[in-house]
Design a protein around this ligand. Structure first.
Ligand code: AMP
Length: 398
């Protein structure tokens, strides 16, 4: 079974092709800057990488390039479309309708269109990807894998906001949470790694990348998460503020005359590590600058403090935790930030081992053997989990 995984954004399409017999990656690539005049296509397969520029006006044309790259007579990995068995799509917002991955049909598409209002930046391009892939690879099963689905097990007291209840009942305004595929992947991997049955595994998962979120996981199921109605809430991120007093919005609008669009851009694109430091949204740049740059240091201090605070909150929410898991570009690679987050938490049962923490991009336990709660690094692989779900659901069709 060959499964193609698609992650379609507003101006890019990322793809990975897996041979699910052994879960090996056959090809991966990206079409970037779609509709921006000169687009870039990168395709890697069989140990070779091809990169070229082309005028790609829309997503439909992007899929023509992907199809050709996958079936190229010399460098391709598929002889024909017959060699492709199913396609899995990353979909950001599945709302309350999708509690697990789902075979896509017209009814599913109609429901996702309804959720476009909740995720205007993400769901419309995801839907474009589904439509274009259906045209490029007709007659194949397409499966939707939702960023929100893993968090649909949250209890009501964790997902409702303390707003008039009608806003939830009629407007579906509630905490949904995102990065669910990543939180689920690292939860399963860590439980396996530690030899703890998933239904007894309690963990705090920290997905720290460009976007950052944490989840409290009880018995392998998400019971709380830091992102909310949108991916803006919770942790400090590259350019997103995370938690703030909502009254700041009114203050900016009333006292400073800011428009809603300007405040939206401020909180989503100009805040977080970038806004605090005035230097960069990349934690590597900030770690390098911090010894001589006060604002870079402050940005990292705020970033790490927020994560520590949520670790404490989630320990209390769970009552008992087996593990704290780090993943995402920062979680997997940043030795100094993991140290700053976990240092001094011995009394809570998390005893960081500074030597074991010197690990980048591979699975490892980073706490001392005596630590009651183990901290781990687990590289995430959302695409592989999308491919597994797609195989499981498409397999049932055939
Ligand atoms: P992601 O969104 O998961 O790709 O993560 C992107 C972020 O990970 C970047 O903003 C970097 O700050 C961080 N990152 C990636 N590689 C490293 C590294 N080797 N060391 C520290 N941070 C890294």
């Amino acid at each position: 079974m060959n499964v193609l995984v698609i992650n379609c954004g507003s101006s890019s399409v990322k793809y990975q092709l897996f041979d699910m017999a052994d879960e090996s990656l056959l090809a991966k690539g990206i079409v970037e800057k779609i509709g921006e005049g000169v687009s870039i296509v990168k395709h890697a397969a069989r140990g070779q990488e091809v990169r070229y520029e082309a005028a790609i006006a829309n997503h439909e044309q992007a899929f023509d390039h992907i199809r050709k790259a996958l079936m190229d007579p010399t460098t391709g990995v598929l002889r024909s479309a017959d060699d492709l068995d199913a396609i899995g799509h990353r979909v950001v917002h599945g709302g309350e309708a999708f509690v697990q991955s789902t075979l896509i049909d017209d009814k599913v598409i109609a429901t996702l269109e309804e959720y476009s209002a909740l995720a205007p930046l993400h769901n419309p391009p995801n839907l474009v990807g589904i439509r274009c892939a259906a045209k490029a690879f007709p007659g194949k099963p397409h499966v939707g894998v939702f960023d929100t689905a893993f968090h649909q097990t949250m209890p009501k007291h964790a997902f409702v906001y303390a707003l008039p209840y009608e806003l939830y009942q009629r407007g579906r305004i509630r905490r949904y949470g995102f990065h669910g595929t990543s939180h689920r992947f690292v939860t399963m991997r860590a439980a396996e790694f530690l030899g703890i049955p998933l239904d007894r595994f309690n963990a705090i998962t920290c997905h720290l990348g460009n976007g950052c979120s944490m989840a409290a996981v009880a018995g392998g199921r998400s019971v709380d998460t830091t992102m909310g109605l949108t991916p803006l809430e919770g942790l400090v991120m590259g350019t997103r503020s995370g938690d703030i007093d909502p009254a700041i919005v009114f203050h900016l609008a009333r006292s400073n005359g800011w428009t809603l669009d300007a405040i939206d851009a401020l909180l989503n694109k100009k805040s977080g590590l970038l806004g605090l430091s005035g230097l960069s949204n990349d934690c590597r740049t900030l770690v390098e600058a911090a010894p001589t740059n006060e604002r870079a240091k402050l940005a990292l201090d705020v970033f790490c403090y927020r994560i520590r605070k949520y670790i404490g909150a989630y320990l209390a929410a769970l009552g008992r935790a087996d593990a704290v898991i780090f993943t995402g570009g920062i979680g997997e690679n940043s030795v100094p930030l993991r140290r700053q987050i976990l240092e001094g938490l011995d009394a809570l049962g998390i005893e960081l081992d500074p030597a074991a923490n010197e690990v980048r991009g591979r699975e490892a336990i980073i706490t001392r053997p005596s630590s009651r709660i183990r901290a781990l690094v687990v590289p995430t692989n959302e695409e592989l989990l999308i491919a597994r779900d797609t195989l499981a659901i498409a397999g049932k069709q055939g």
